[in-house]
Design a protein around this ligand. Structure first.
Ligand code: DGT
Ligand code: CA
Ligand code: CA
Length: 571
């Protein structure tokens, strides 16, 4: 069981208990445990197997520790199983509707006996919802408008897809006459690896201007809801977008509120209360008097805090760090000097060594390692020893001819299913840079996966582990890796860990990259470019590093080649 799966069980438990009307303290305990488990770099499965004391984690007491242990050992949670038998899965689906939480769902289920979105749709169409005590025609309307979509929904999109749509729309709205400001908020601004929907904010005296323009925007399929200051649309891609038109003097507060995360906002709002203030999307208020609101940094300042970068706003210690003046100075795209993972026509890339080198130089890089595939990846035309040595000669030749960038002879070498390397030691010894990777057998049992990774890390010529878990965002869970053990070995043997910047991979993820920092393992952010355009994914890797709290120092390829070189184990 992965941490995500364990956390998912406790989230479901909380939802079901809430529908059942359970004690709010118990719900909160389950949700907070889910959050702790999800944001831990240590595998709870391993901790249980090793008999570790789970109560050392915040929010996990004796009872939860026992539940986690049982869940890991048996793969089942008896209470969840029992709840699922009393509350049909279709009831839980109703939670996907906007504005419908567990309390309302519980009324639908218990008072009307509705057990699916279809039931709910029929009840709303028959006017039965607005007859319920405490429910009005507005809720009925919302249900009818959204129920079909909720039945189809649930998919999150990659940050690359989200950013491109959100920034296009925000840019276009920002150029409208009368619109003074436009920005992307929500998970997209926090640069989460996936987004559930997009959130856009604008300021304009006449809210009809941006709303009409959005309704007509080429990326928009149709308008789902329109109010005085809020509009929800569906893009042609299926992704949904919320537009909010906010007053000028609330701009900063709205940006803060709608950037989230919800967890970060909850803590901030409590902090405001503790200081006798009120914080909402309109500003910070003392009594009825606005003390901040037009500027986001002023909102934080009113709460006694410096501005916090959006990537950190997940309630993972950023408010405490801000309070004590220990916010990290996060790495930026401009800090990156070299790219240590890319392909050419020698294996499965589309550009030559020279074309890749020139493109890298145009983007301001001062060195690249050309790392084509090794022979095992036959589909990608992987290189055997002979072809690799000839390829390296070509790289050296181009390196002599070209100015302004240093080319390194590298290889992306497979770590085979039996834990041996795909090329002989004498070949690897000749490389300037070796990235060891798992491509095949990702479903092997943990012991074998660990044997492979540890063997590569201890190998005298391996410099870094590329896309360490092999996961694909939204598509494939990574190999079963005990990350702390890997990081300890990497620290001991002087091996770097990659953040693969491809938005499909982002591997290491934010949690694991943060752990690498704790273990003092240098991170290298690489594009894995297979074409000239492939270099453009670099910002996604840097954003992931920022979400992991990494500074320039933590990222090895912010150094010049001579400085970077000093970090390599074989020098
Ligand atoms: P997503 O869309 O699932 O990728 O994640 P977000 O973070 O974009 O969430 P979304 O779109 O539901 O809401 C945007 C932001 O609005 C969210 O990050 C924080 C704020 N927000 C939404 N609902 C609440 C709430 O109930 N309480 C608080 N404090 N903030 C909220
Ligand atoms: Ca969102
Ligand atoms: Ca939203």
């Amino acid at each position: 069981m992965t941490n995500e799966q364990i956390a998912g069980v406790f989230d479901q438990l909380a939802d079901l208990l809430e529908i059942q009307g359970a004690n709010p303290f118990r719900l909160r305990a389950y949700r907070s445990a889910a959050r702790t488990i999800r944001s831990s770099a240590e595998s709870f499965r391993t901790l249980v197997e090793e008999g570790a004391d789970l109560t050392a984690f915040p929010g996990i007491g004796q009872d939860l520790a026992r539940q986690i242990t049982e869940l890991v050992q048996t793969g089942e949670h008896p209470k969840l199983k029992e709840l699922r038998q009393t509350i049909p899965p279709g009831v839980v689906d109703m939670l996907r509707l906007p504005g419908i939480g567990p309390k309302k769902v519980s009324v639908f289920f218990r008072e009307l006996g509705l057990t699916s979105l279809d039931d709910l749709k029929a009840a709303a169409a028959a006017g039965k919802i607005s007859e319920l005590k405490g429910f009005g025609p507005k809720i009925e309307q919302t249900i009818l408008e959204n129920v079909d979509r909720a039945a189809a929904a649930g998919q999150r999109v990659l940050i690359s897809v989200a950013r491109s749509a959100a920034e296009t729309v925000a840019g276009d709205l920002g150029r409208l006459e009368g619109v003074t400001r436009a920005a992307v908020a929500g998970s997209c601004r926090r640069r989460r690896e996936t987004c559930g929907d997009l959130d856009i904010l604008v300021t304009c005296d006449d809210s009809r201007i941006p709303m009409d323009a959005l309704a007509d925007h080429p990326l928009v399929e149709h308008v789902l809801q329109r109010g005085d200051t809020r509009q929800r649309v569906r893009l042609t891609s299926g992704l949904e977008m919320d537009l909010r038109v906010v007053p000028d003097d609330s701009w900063g507060a709205a940006l803060q509120y709608f950037t989230g995360s919800k967890e970060h906002n909850v803590v901030l709002r409590q902090r405001a209360k503790d200081r006798g203030l009120k914080l909402n999307e309109y500003g910070v208020f003392r009594d009825e008097q606005q003390v901040a609101g037009s500027d986001e940094a002023e909102v934080y300042a009113a709460l006694g805090l410096p501005w916090i970068p959006p990537e950190l706003r997940e309630n993972r210690g950023e408010i405490e760090a801000a309070e004590s003046g220990h916010l990290p100075v996060l790495v930026t795209v401009d800090d990156i000097q070299g790219d240590l993972h890319l392909h050419t026509t020698a294996s499965d890339g589309t550009a030559s060594v020279r074309e890749m080198a020139e493109a890298a130089r145009d983007r301001g890089l001062t060195y690249i390692a050309v790392t084509d595939h090794s022979q095992r990846v036959s589909m990608a035309h992987g290189l055997n020893a002979d072809r690799l040595r000839r390829h390296w000669e070509e790289i050296r030749r181009v390196n002599e001819q070209i100015d302004g960038i240093e080319l390194l002879c590298g290889i992306e070498c497979d770590i085979l299913e039996d834990a041996s390397m795909d090329l002989d030691d004498d070949v690897l010894a000749e490389a300037d840079w070796v990235v060891g990777v798992l491509h095949y057998g990702l479903n092997q049992p943990r012991d074998q996966i660990m044997k492979r990774l540890l063997h590569a890390i201890r190998h005298p010529h391996v410099d870094a582990i590329g896309h360490p878990t092999g996961r694909l965002v939204n598509r494939r869970a990574g190999a079963d890796v005990n990350m702390p053990e890997i990081l300890q070995a990497a620290a001991d043997f002087g091996v770097m860990m990659e953040i693969n910047a491809s938005p499909k991979r982002l591997d290491l993820d934010d949690i694991h990259a943060a752990a690498a920092r704790e273990w003092n393992v240098p991170i290298v952010i690489s594009t894995d470019a297979h074409s000239v355009a492939g270099f453009d994914v670099l910002p996604y890797g840097v954003d992931q590093a920022r979400r992991a709290w990494l500074t320039r120092d933590d990222v090895a390829n912010t150094r010049s080649w001579p400085e970077f070189r000093k970090l390599l184990k074989k020098r």
